[in-house]
Design a protein around this ligand. Structure first.
Ligand SMILES: *Cc1c(COP(=O)(O)O)cnc(C)c1O
Length: 373
């Protein structure tokens, strides 16, 4: 119940243990086509270029930047946590001239800040935004920002590693040009693949660029020949990981996106009510709190690390620590994918209240559980 990896369903783990086939085997090729179809359904997009990149979420981040950014390009990156900070690092390594739009950790990025940055940057090529900041628990709404970005003639790049499968992500409706995600958060699949999608505009930018993409491995122009109809060997696809994602996406679509989002919302609200009943609060900005990642503010006088240690040691429950400016100030409780259940909310609350009592903060467990119910 930390910030990922989340638990994977038994069916997903079983799929990973099936015998291997070749990466150009007809059975695998058919599976690749199904993966693309299912990913489009989950991203709510018709983008042809939608596939699981070999590598974790960070590889997806690099993929988007290396294909779209040329040295000297002006890029605006929104920074309100760890992953926005990482995007700056990646964009700079591509030779971009980066303008940061910053919000304090826990807050979302306001459209007015983007509008301001777009006015000051002469020729913005790309605006990059983290939809769901896993390091703080804050959600940044995309629609209004997308309109501003496109009015300025720039591309919108979105990180949906934590949002995909846990709350609405609507690529086409929001007009997102480039997106990456990860398998191990709300898709509840082990880490190892990065679902990515580029629309026609982004693909055109990658095709027409003058300097070659500096990464051979992540060059979409080469990957397109493997994931497209030509089936040209590029690299050996991680076969077992693709089996796992196939099984995980089937579970997502069987449940239905709307049902899945609602489940995440309800379990978040139950946890939040319980926390309020015992005098604790979430750290992220009100109205922008993630359903899948709940950052709880550590109350004064409680040893943050000791609480995590006891949860893990005594109850086998993992929760995440705060990072950067939030180090020692929050616990990050994931209710992601499989882990977003009533049972887990109750289990966590019972254990958490007991541990808080042991750590010197009187906490009324029955009140918490009643509020959650
Ligand atoms: C986890 C995460 C990443 C990085 O993914 P890895 O799989 O750890 O490489 C990027 N962005 C966000 C928002 C994340 O939560």
């Amino acid at each position: 119940m930390g910030p990922g990896p989340s638990n994977a369903a038994a069916e997903v783990l079983v799929a990973m243990s099936q015998p291997l086939v070749g990466h150009l085997d007809p059975v695998f090729v058919k599976m690749m086509e199904e993966l693309k179809v299912m990913l489009r359904a989950v991203f709510l997009t018709r983008n042809e270029m939608t596939f699981p990149l070999s590598g974790t979420g960070s590889a997806g981040m690099e993929f988007c930047f290396v294909n779209l950014v040329e040295p000297g390009d002006e890029v605006i990156v929104c920074v309100n946590g760890v992953f926005g900070t990482r995007m700056v690092e990646v964009a700079e390594r591509c030779g971009a001239r980066v303008t940061k739009v910053e919000a304090s950790w826990g807050n979302s990025i306001a459209p007015a800040q983007i509008a301001e940055a777009l006015r000051t940057v002469t020729k913005p090529k790309l605006v990059a935004l983290v939809h769901a900041e896993t390091s703080t628990g804050a959600l940044t709404p995309v629609e209004e920002i997308s309109k501003l970005v496109h009015d300025a003639g720039a591309l919108l790049l979105l990180d949906t590693v934590t949002s995909l499968g846990g709350c609405p992500v609507r690529l086409d409706e929001w007009n997102v040009d480039a997106v990456y995600s990860g398998t191990q958060k709300c898709l509840s699949c082990p880490p190892g693949l990065a679902p990515v999608s580029l629309n026609a505009r982004a693909l055109e930018v990658a095709r027409r660029r003058r300097p070659r993409v500096q990464s051979w491995y992540l060059d979409v122009n080469l990957l397109a020949s493997y994931w497209g109809q030509e089936r040209v060997y590029h690299h050996t696809a991680p076969i077992s990981m693709n089996y796992a994602l196939h099984a995980a996406l089937r579970l997502v679509l069987e449940e239905g996106l709307e049902n899945r989002w609602r489940r995440h919302q309800q379990n978040h609200l139950a946890l939040k009510s319980a926390l309020a009943a015992i005098g604790l609060e979430l750290a992220a900005q009100a109205g922008h709190q993630l359903w899948q990642l709940n950052a709880i503010r550590v109350p004064p006088g409680v040893d943050e690390a000791e609480v995590r240690r006891r949860l893990l040691h005594d109850f086998n429950i993992e929760v995440g620590a705060g990072l950067g400016p939030l180090k020692g100030k929050i616990w990050r409780v994931g209710l992601m994918g499989e882990n977003s259940s009533r049972e887990n909310v109750r289990l966590f609350l019972s254990a958490f209240c007991q541990v808080l009592n042991e750590c010197g903060r009187k906490t009324d467990a029955p009140a918490a559980l009643a509020a959650a119910a």
